[in-house]
Design a protein around this ligand. Structure first.
Ligand code: SAM
Length: 245
């Protein structure tokens, strides 16, 4: 079972999350769907950072998320998308009605067994499930050091991502692709991004201030970031594709 407090930290996020979190490269959507489909569902859609990649790839795009605040941003940004409050464990979509389900940056929050059963229920026979995670490039020393502040207990291997490689009940694993890309980011936005990460959001004010001061110290002292207003942040997007068995 996922950590409920961290999962629910997104209930009150929204505009800040949308402004500061990275998006996803086109190549990530291309990996999941090579041709347009009738209907696609983005589950745990949040503010629509991956949903927008589905717009030109499906006649009907549906977004589901438990957070009204996240969906409010999505509705404003993507008015053509059908946005519904719901969860992976209880998806407000009819049996066999979508060809593709995508989950970006959210599958690790789901209660896996009931979520997989629900995704199977809403997928048409032979439908596709695409799981995506952005994560940091451990070769980038200053970004890796900042990640250690947010997730001190996490090893160098990204545990949220590696958990996707396991077998999923009711699905056949089809492919895994790693996409490397670079994001140009302002220092101020990089610092603000940390405030949208769950471990910062649930920290006490004093603890959050301490964590932010450590991030600023790293940026002040690393040779690649010291004295600069913006820099290139290496990003990695992992895409896992499954087929309904
Ligand atoms: C890190 S955000 C990712 C949002 C968006 N997919 C993106 O990539 O920007 C995680 C999202 O998962 C949602 N979430 C958490 N628990 C969930 C659940 N059980 N079912 C569906 N969505 C859930 C949160 O509300 C949040 O919007």
């Amino acid at each position: 079972m996922a950590d409920q407090m961290l999962a629910q930290s997104f209930l009150n996020a929204g505009a800040e999350y949308d402004r500061y979190r990275p998006g996803f490269p086109e190549a990530a959507a291309d990996t999941i769907m090579s041709t347009p489909v009738r209907a696609a569902l983005d589950l745990g859609a949040g503010t629509g950072k991956f949903t927008e990649r589905l717009i030109d790839r499906a006649e009907r795009v549906i977004a589901v998320d438990p957070s009204e605040q996240m969906l409010a941003v999505l509705r404003e940004k993507l008015p053509a998308v059908e946005a519904h409050i719901g969860s992976a464990e209880s998806i407000p979509v009819a049996y066999g009605s979508v060809d593709i389900v995508t989950v970006a940056q959210a599958f690790h929050w789901f209660d896996r067994e009931p979520a997989c059963a629900e995704i199977r229920r809403v997928l048409a026979p032979g439908g596709t499930l695409g799981l995506l995670w952005n994560h940091s490039d451990t070769a980038c020393a200053w970004d890796r050091a900042c990640h250690r502040i947010a997730h001190p207990a996490v090893s160098e291997v990204d545990e949220t991502t590696s958990s996707a490689a396991e077998e999923l009940p009711g699905f056949e694993f089809e492919s895994h692709r790693t996409i490397r890309w670079r994001e140009r980011i302002r220092r101020a936005d990089y610092v603000s991004r940390w405030l949208t990460v769950s471990s910062f959001m649930v920290a006490s004010d004093a603890e959050r201030a301490r964590m932010l001061a450590e991030v600023e110290h790293i940026l002040d002292t690393d040779p690649q970031t010291a004295g600069r207003d913006d820099f290139d942040l290496p990003q990695i997007t992992d895409v896992y594709v499954y087929r309904a068995a």
